[in-house]
Design a protein around this ligand. Structure first.
Ligand code: AMP
Ligand code: MG
Length: 527
């Protein structure tokens, strides 16, 4: 048997105050950043999938993945020699309100490793109760674990900052869930994902200490975060904390633009789900917009107010940054630098958005008139049900010479993106022709050749994303122990910008059956 050998390094629990009593029952804690806790042993763990790429990042060779050691450590059956797993303490604002102590209720950090100069935390999601589980069980179901596993790797390959996933393991245990919150709970297969990121620290980790006036722990946590994850910050005192916040703000804004670029809606942007590193974290009731609808949210819990809708993510990110600023305030004791950073976010977002959108349109630089070209496009896409992924991908088929073509041949280039034929008739057709003509004129002012533009556009407009209905089909098959679709889509999403003609069936609009189906168009937090 080959032995799993990892380069373990000191992590958060060895550097900050922790509760090492190992009392594992729900509790309110104080003055600690984390609590030591062991995973629950699963009864019959089975490896469903592992990422050889993530394994390599950690220094785990391909040959080791199939070994028993791997299964034992990443299912929580055994604890890696010399390590002390822990759950983190954090709070958060949920749906706009302070929710108090939350913490890692179903996540357990195993250890930190360093490989090729990069540090990583490995965390099991769904490995049983922790002192932060409150009234819940600490486990995760197969469906939500598949969604997290696939989506984090898909995000990475789309080039969007994200936590990653090493392994997907079925526990062999059953977990009780009330998917529709309607009093009809059912047993579902349990699973564990081993997530991997430099750190899983969230905005809420800082908030909890300030709320409780635990300023000493707040400062230690902030210093730990800066020292380990923002090493380029070599300032001292207040300046250090301001520069740190500024960096978090910039990364968060970039993340919002990236989510928009690929059509991702997180669904639960509570401050406990905001990574301090500016990466996508906690794949719960997320979704991908099929039609370009700014008002869409995948989360049934948010159906009334749509706080976390597609078009509101950048605003919410700023709102969340304000909460983080409140948490860091005791270290700075001056509001002015924070206000300046908020103002910068507000000032810079729109130009950065336009730059991102002009890239999606294949334009080399932003011209003054591009704002109206993009605004007109957004308006048209809202008026009709138009598939975002197909539209932007097919837009790269336009050539400068199309300008003098017949109307119908212009429409043909994008017609596959429409959900309803009637959106391409009469007045709407006229509006589209108008927009296309404006666009073609603009392309003719640009220096890129048709071929160059196509290459540039296809590198920012993915051909394949993890549409909600795809995840649902994969889950339904996996629940019948058919992992073919899981394997296929995992491979597909490793190269989301490539053509992959043999898998073109996934370059398709959402089918009708998925329009309003639970799991495929709306999801609950109950995972
Ligand atoms: P989420 O909505 O997934 O971000 O979770 C919000 C909070 O609820 C976090 O503190 C989670 O750890 C906790 N939580 C969610 N699901 C569970 C569960 N099944 N068991 C224990 N805690 C959970
Ligand atoms: Mg969460």
């Amino acid at each position: 048997m080959v032995k799993l050998k990892l380069n373990i390094i000191k992590g958060l629990a060895e550097s900050l105050p922790v509760d090492n009593s190992m009392v594992n029952r729900p509790q309110q804690v104080s003055n600690i950043a984390a609590s030591l806790v062991n995973p629950t042993k699963p009864s019959d763990p089975k490896l469903l999938h592992a990422s050889t790429e993530v394994a390599q990042l950690l220094g785990i060779g391909d040959d080791l993945i199939k070994e028993n050691d791997f299964l034992k450590i990443f299912s929580g059956s055994e604890i890696y020699e010399g390590t002390k797993p822990y759950a983190m303490n954090y709070g958060g604002h949920q749906f706009g309100h302070w929710a108090g102590q939350l913490g890692d209720g179903r996540a357990i950090n195993l250890f930190d490793v360093e490989n090729q100069g990069q540090r990583w935390t490995l965390q099991l999601k769904g490995a049983g109760p922790t002192p932060y589980s409150r009234t819940a069980d600490g486990f995760a179901v197969l469906r939500s674990s598949i969604r997290e596993y696939l989506c984090s790797e898909a995000m990475y390959h789309l080039g969007v900052p994200t936590t990653r996933a090493l392994s997907l393991i079925k526990t062999g245990d059953q977990v009780l869930r009330d998917v529709m919150y309607d009093g009809h709970p059912d047993y579902e297969p349990g699973a564990i994902v081993c997530r991997v990121a430099p750190s899983f620290i969230r905005f809420g980790n800082f908030e909890i200490h300030t709320r409780r006036s635990e300023f000493d722990v707040l400062q230690k946590l902030t210093d730990f975060t800066i020292e380990n994850y923002f090493p380029e910050n070599n300032l001292e005192g207040k300046e250090k904390y301001i520069a740190f916040f500024k960096e978090v703000s910039e990364r968060t804004m970039k993340l919002m633009l990236e989510w928009h670029r690929v059509g991702f809606v997180h669904g639960v942007m509570n401050t406990d789900n905001m990574s301090i590193l500016g990466v996508t974290i906690d794949f719960g009731p997320y979704g991908w917009v099929d039609d370009y609808n700014y008002g869409w949210t995948p989360n049934t819990t948010d159906r009334a107010h749509k706080r976390y809708r597609f078009g509101n993510q950048a605003n919410i990110a700023l709102w969340n940054l304000v909460q983080l600023a409140n948490a860091l305030y005791p270290l700075v004791e001056d509001v002015t630098p924070f206000e300046e950073i908020f103002a910068t976010y507000q000032k810079e977002y729109r130009p950065a958005f336009l730059k991102m959108m002009t890239q999606k349109l294949g334009l080399m630089y932003v011209k003054e008139t591009d704002d109206s070209l993009i605004t007109a496009l957004e308006k048209l896409m809202h008026e009709q049900e138009l598939d975002m992924t197909i539209f932007f991908r097919n837009l790269s088929n336009f050539q400068k010479a199309h300008l003098t073509d017949h109307e119908d041949s212009k429409i043909n280039v994008i017609k596959d993106a429409f959900y309803f034929d009637h959106d391409l008739l009469g007045e709407s057709k006229e509006k589209w022709i108008n927009w296309i003509n404006q666009y073609l004129k603009r392309l003719n002012e640009d220096d890129l050749s048709d071929d160059e533009r196509k290459v540039a556009m296809n590198s920012v407009n993915p051909k394949y994303v993890l549409r909600n209905y795809m995840a649902q089909m994969i889950i339904e098959a996996a629940e019948q122990e058919d992992y073919g679709p899981l394997n296929e889509v995992y491979d597909l999403l490793q190269k989301p910008y490539d053509e992959q003609l043999d898998l073109e069936k996934w370059f398709a609009k959402r089918p009708d059956w998925a329009r309003n189906k639970v799991g495929a168009s709306m999801l609950s937090c109950s995972s």
